[in-house]
Structures are given as C-alpha cells and as structure tokens.
Ligand binder design. Structure first.
Ligand code: FEO
Ligand code: CA
Ligand code: CA
Ligand code: CA
Length: 731
C-alpha cells in the first residue's frame, strides 16, 4: 500500500506510516547489554566470537539428516540452465512493464474484468458496476492452486490453476466517472468501493502456450467486505467479538485490506488483513461513552483514537447495516455490545483461510494467530511428526515479527486432505503464538504470548482477561513482553532450500539515532530531488535460522540478508554493496519460487522513485552467517550488525521494472517454473479528478498503453511472465 490512494477528504495519510506503538520496549538490561557488547565489539572481543559462532552454526544448522523436509526439493537445473542468467533490467521511469530480453509479459486480469458469464466487458471509464462479479482493485498477494484436467486439486498442475488474489484497497479517482464524491457518500459509490475490496478466486488456463482467465469457470468467486465469515480459534464467541450482527461473537462480515498471502501445506489460501483500522470511524466523545474502560487502550493501540475519521466515509452512505457497521463507537445501551458496532473492529486484523477449491465450506478467520496489520504468512517446511510454524509480520512503524506454532504435528496425508478447512482447524486454531526479540549478539528469542505469562496477565497498561483477549490485543501483549520494534515488517518467506525465514523491513521514517538497534541499525538521510528523507529510508531484509532447524524453537540466529540502498549511497548506507544492476529501495513483497529456490524481492517505494519505478529483483541467497559483522554509524550512535554476504551480479539482479506510480506485489509460479504471475498495484495513483478528462495527464496509462482492454485509465492488473525458449523463469 502506498500513501497516495486515499480520499481527498481523509488527509491522504498512509496508515503504514503512522506508528501506534508508544511502548518503551527495550528493557534497561537490554540497553546495558547492548552498550557493553557495542564496546566489546569496538575492541574486537565479541565480534570475533560472534563470527566464529555464526560460522559453526552455518555448518551445522542446515545439514539435513533425519529431519529432512517432506516437501519435494527443487528439481535440479537442466545442464543449459544458469539461474539468474538473464540480462538485468535497467532502472526506468518509463510507463512500461519491462522484463529481460527473451521474456514475455502479458496482462491477463485487470481491475473491472468480468469473472462470470453475462457480465459485460470492462469499459474502464468509471461507469462499470457490479464489482462483486468483476476483478477488484489494487491486486496484491497471490497464490497458485493447481487444478487437474478434471478440475480436482492437483499440486503439480502447471497448465490449469486457481489464483487466489488479494484486492487490497482502491484507487477512488478511477472507479467513478468523475472521481469520488465527498461525504456523505452516494450509495452506489460506497457499494462499488466496498465490492472492489476483498479476495478473488480466478481460474487461469494455458491454451496453446498462453495463460488466460477462464471467465465462465464455476470456481470463480469474489469475497468482499460483505461476505459472511466464521470466527475460529481462541477469540470465537468471546465477549470482545459480540456485535449487532453476531450477538454470540462467532461471525463477522468480510475480509478487509488484504495485503500479503500464505499458502497452507494442505492447499488453502491465507489472506492477511492489513490496514483495516482506517475503515472505521469513532465518535469524538467515545472514550467517555465507553466509561473510559480498557477498550480505549485497545482502540488507541490499533490506531483508532476517538474522533478518527474513516478512510472512505462509507458510514455516511446511509442507515443500512452494511454502512452503519463502520461506526466503531458505543452507541447502544447494552452492556455487551450486541446492539451496536463498538466491537466491530475486533472482527478484522487476522489471517483468514479460504478454500479456493470449494465455495460451499466456511471461510474462517484464524484468530489464534493474533490480530494486527497482517502481511504474509510463511509456513515452515512441513516435517512429519513436527509442528508447523507460521511466520507473520505486522506492518506499521515499530511493530513486531510473530510466529505461530501448531500443537498438532504434521501428517503427510493432510497435504491431500479433502476437508481442507477442517485441516486448518487442526493446525491453525490450537497452538502457541510468539513474538520476536532480536538481540545485539545476533541471537534472538521467541517469547510466547500467553495469558499465563505474568508480564501479560499483570500488564498495567491493559488488563488482559484471558487468552482470547491476548490474541485480539496481540500488539499490547507483545508490548508487555518487550518485543523488538521493527522497521515495518512487510512480507516473509521461507527458503525451500535452507528453511530459513526472510522478512522485509520495508522502511521506517521514524527510526532515528536514538532508537536504532542491531536488527534495525540504520538511521540516515537521503535526498530525493529537492526533498530530504530520513530514518531507515531504503529498508532491509532480515533473515532468521531457527535453533536446530526446529519450527518450535524458541531461539534463532539472525542477520540482515540485504540492505536497500541506491548505487550512489555512501558505503555506510550501502552495506550490501548494491550496484546499478541490483540497487533497490523499500523491499515489500517477498517470495521464494519452490521450483528454482530463487528469492524474489518486490518494491513499494517512495524514496528512489525520482530515479526508477518500482521493481522486482531475483536473488540466490546463502544462509544466516555467510557475511560479516559491520559497524553502522547513525548520528552519535555506533553499533554493530550482522550483514549477509555482499550482493554480486550472480546473486542479485533486477528482473523487471513496472510502469509509473505503482508498486509490484504478489508473485506465484506454476509448479514447472515456466510461468510466474506478478501484480501491478495502483499505476498512476497520483492522478487527480481534475486530470480525468485528459488522458495525457494521467499518472500512468498502463496497461491500456500495452494494448490491454478498453479505455485509457490505468488499472491494477495481474501479469503472467514466460520465457520465450520455454525455460524456467529466472534462468
Ligand atoms: Fe499492503 Fe504493508 O503493504
Ligand atoms: Ca508497502
Ligand atoms: Ca505490501
Ligand atoms: Ca535518493
């Protein structure tokens, strides 16, 4: 999500850029320890020991043995194939989607495209309606679910599949003929905007070597903010979940602001609900209406102070319940919230599980995995007899990295279970939720968020009642145990070759010399034209290796795989040695393609966009500890961090650059590795309603300028990329 696509009347603020974490997390002892180790490192004492440890760890942690994963390992490269053998794409400000020579990119699914028979082709002029039967807007995370010729789930199918695609939010200016109307919102505009959100299940099929959407597929489906969804796990039925819509607290409507995704080992989609708080408004006197009870602390911590405006003003469209629900104030007289929507916001902020193959089973919010601004969900490699871990990030300034560990251990037959949502019940409702603490010596600790922890049950800022309260207010529980405040954890991904987990820390304009730590070590300034930006301007990618390669480990080692930077950045900023062929800023989307083990890095940037549009890079990473200790100076603060091996032309290359004013996000591949699907989100997002009559004033005209579809307005879209020689993508 970028900062520009908000209504002209909402202040235009990117919710990702608003920190709501005022907790002082680093404990005094941590600070003392850090200072001591910094001094030691400057003397060379701990530094050498740390390196020695990392070296021996690297030799022992990834050696396979009896815990070898049950997932298939990537097929060996063919003799003629060199991964990252392509010619890198140059940085560009052109309004084009550029891929390396020898590759072809084709748009297959753009905002407004029909998903059902009888729905008219998109006119793309702001007059299209019925978006609950069309592609939503702002394509984001995406997963591939193979289909056999007979239409059955088939994890190996490479020419027919269902794509599960998030439609994160909207570009209001292009959805309406003359742009959006200010509050009070017309009903038809509000309904259209609501329907543009959510998730799409879309069948794609390869015919004569080309993938296309199957418009009449019986699998096609839209899930919108109006879709009824079951609450599952620890918070189901809890008082915190009771609303006028669900007086027993077991259901809510919709999944909202869907950003990153995950694919479960049993073949379902996990969709992450990110900046949902901004859709709700809260009355200016709501604290008093609530009797200044503890819910006020919860609402504040999740970004809804009293008087907060809603992003799109849907609650102004009328008295109907589908609009009234966005008022998150106590307006009723009940003690339990069953006569209003004071608790409605507690129904958003989860990983929501959808069975893409079966429309008739319930969609479930997996509340036990915590409520926050979810991005992706990366599973540990399934190992028979071991629990499954799910890694998760909370994207807001100073928020945390989380892990879920199932109580049940993995059974191979569950990979092909026919009742996939019941399998989700098994692995995603019962288990332990942890938050990460990164230590200055390169180690880390997973701290369980459990009501039985006295730091949580005795927390003075918020009086937790039970475990349901802990998962619904996971941020507050993580505050209580002193988790590490990170530089906006975006997506995460697990390496199919090493099992290590990678997290993008996209950037943090609030990081400063007084708050840097070893895992978020940079605070500096960078110019963009006449403007100066500061903080961790370009972001970084941290990676973690669980102790003993065990998904249930409570300890890990970490280093920084790559620091984002510009090729001209000073050496103290460009710590990974990026050059013209691989420099980047604001890593966001992140995924490994299982067929090749390539790590794909996508950017959502506002710092380097004077030089280049957002992009995607391909990396062949090593593992934690393959680099060195480096000293980072931020203002008056000097500290040490652990940096992975420097990037080189054989390990990191720019693979594509997108059109103007967009971000590249979402990636999945066909199992044969010969096609990847990538999303372009919000091209031309800086366009204003005043520009609409003159297409030459649009911030972008893609994909119309690439020959796709009607009209001239830019559209978020899914692109399929193939190699002209039929080879695997990234070779
Ligand atoms: Fe939807 Fe944090 O990006
Ligand atoms: Ca982002
Ligand atoms: Ca994102
Ligand atoms: Ca710059």
């Amino acid at each position: 999500m970028s900062k520009n696509n908000f209504m002209p009347f909402d202040g235009g603020i990117d919710p990702d850029d608003i920190g709501n974490n005022t907790s002082p997390n680093e404990s005094i002892q941590d600070v003392l320890n850090a200072r001591m180790s910094r001094r030691s490192l400057l003397r060379g004492g701990v530094g050498g020991a740390g390196l020695a440890f990392l070296g021996s760890f690297g030799l022992t942690a990834c050696g396979g043995g009896s815990d070898a994963p049950t997932v298939s390992t990537p097929p060996p490269a063919t003799p003629t194939e060199t991964l990252l053998g392509f010619n890198p794409v140059a940085k560009s400000l052109a309004d084009l989607f550029s891929v390396p020579a020898g590759y072809t990119a084709s748009v297959i699914y753009a905002c407004g495209d029909p998903l059902f028979n009888g729905v008219a082709a998109a006119k793309n002029d702001g007059t299209d309606t019925d978006y609950d039967q069309r592609s939503g807007d702002c394509h984001d995370g995406m997963e591939y679910f193979g289909l056999s010729a007979a239409g059955a789930p088939d994890a190996n199918a490479s020419d027919r599949a269902l794509l599960g695609i998030n439609h994160e939010y909207i570009t209001p200016v292009f959805l309406h003929a003359s742009g959006p109307t200010a509050n009070p919102r017309p009903v038809d505009e509000a309904d259209k905007e609501i329907d543009c959100h959510g998730v799409a299940i879309v069948e794609v099929k390869k015919t004569a070597g080309k993938f296309a959407v199957v418009q009449d597929s019986t699998f096609n489906r839209r899930i919108t903010p109006n879709t009824v969804i079951e609450l599952s796990g620890a918070a189901r039925g809890n008082d915190l979940m009771k609303t006028q819509f669900s007086t027993d607290g077991t259901q809510t409507r919709g999944t909202l602001n869907n950003c990153g995704t995950g694919k479960t080992p049993w073949g379902t989609l996990l969709t992450g609900e990110e900046n949902w708080a901004g859709y709700f408004t809260r009355g200016a006197a709501d604290n008093a209406a609530r009797g200044n009870d503890k819910t006020v602390a919860s609402l504040n911590r999740y970004g809804r102070a009293q008087g907060a405006a809603s992003r799109y003003g849907w609650q102004t469209a009328g008295a109907d319940d589908r609009f009234a629900r966005w008022v998150n104030s106590k307006t009723g007289a009940s003690a339990d919230g069953t006569d209003d929507y004071r608790n409605e916001m507690n129904g958003q902020g989860y990983l929501t599980e959808i069975d893409p193959y079966n429309k008739s089973v319930a969609i479930k919010k997996r509340t036990s995995l915590g409520r926050f601004a979810h991005e992706g969900a990366a599973f540990s490699r399934p190992v028979v007899g071991k629990p499954l871990a799910v890694y998760m990030g909370d994207d807001s300034q100073g928020e945390y990295v989380y892990k879920w560990v199932s109580t049940e251990t993995w059974i191979e037959s569950d990979a092909t279970a026919t009742n996939r949502i019941a399998t989700g019940d098994k692995y995603l409702d019962v288990g332990k939720l942890y938050v990460a603490k990164y230590k200055p010596d390169g180690s880390g600790e997973w701290i369980e968020l459990t009501f039985s922890n006295p730091l949580i049950s005795g927390y003075v800022t918020y009086a937790f009642a039970d475990q349901a309260d802990v998962v619904v207010n996971a941020r507050l529980a993580a505050d209580a145990v002193g988790a590490t405040k990170m530089d906006r954890p975006e997506w995460c991904a697990t390496s199919p070759t090493t099992g290590e987990v990678y997290f993008t820390m996209t950037n943090n304009s609030s990081r400063n010399a007084g708050t840097v730590d070893a895992a978020n070590p940079r605070a500096y300034s960078d110019t963009k034209g006449a403007a100066t930006q500061s903080g961790n301007v370009h972001g970084h990618i941290i990676r973690m290796a669980e102790t003993g390669d065990d998904p249930a480990a409570t300890g890990f080692r970490w280093d920084v795989f790559l620091f984002g930077a510009e090729e001209t950045s000073p050496a103290g900023v460009n710590l990974s040695g990026l050059t013209a062929i691989n420099d980047f800023s604001s890593p966001d989307g992140l995924a490994f393609t299982p067929s090749t083990g390539i790590c794909w890095i996508q950017t959502d940037d506002g710092a380097y966009t004077d030089v280049t549009n957002c992009m995607m890079l391909a990396a062949l990473p090593g593992k934690v500890g393959d680099g060195s200790t480096k000293t980072v100076i931020s203002g008056a603060t000097t500290l040490n961090t652990y940096v992975g091996k420097e990037a080189s032309p054989t390990t990191l290359k720019r693979f594509l650059v997108g059109p103007k004013q967009q971000e590249i996000t979402g990636i999945c591949e066909s199992p044969d590795g010969k096609a990847i699907f990538v999303n372009v989100q919000h091209p031309g997002e800086n366009t204003t309603a005043a520009d609409l009559p003159d297409p030459t004033k649009y911030g972008s005209r893609w994909p119309a300028n690439a020959g796709y579809g009607a009209g001239q307005r830019p559209r978020s879209a899914t692109v399929v990329i193939t190699k002209d020689d039929g080879g695997r993508i990234g070779s």
